[in-house]
Ligand binder design. Structure first.
Ligand SMILES: [Zn+2]
Length: 78
């Protein structure tokens, strides 16, 4: 009897996971896509300067070796 109950609960768990997981994954994917899409729609995102911590528009940032800087002074470029 215990074996039958165990089997049923295992099947139920598998069934539950098979039903539930794709929905969770779908929601996650939708959210990830929404986040991915956001910078495209709204290109004017704020990024933090690596040097002084000031938030600047992504259009005005200076990117030096993958890091964002608010100004040439912070980026130490001329
Ligand atoms: Zn700065």
């Amino acid at each position: 009897m215990l074996k039958i109950l165990l089997t049923i609960s295992v099947i139920a768990a598998v069934y539950f996971f098979l039903i539930k997981k794709p929905q969770v994954a779908k929601k996650k994917r939708e959210r990830a896509e929404a986040q991915k899409r956001k910078p495209e729609l709204d290109e004017d995102i704020m990024v933090e300067c690596e040097e002084c911590g000031t938030f600047v528009s992504s259009k005005e940032t200076i990117i030096v070796s993958g890091k964002y800087y608010c100004s040439k002074e912070c980026a130490k470029v001329k």
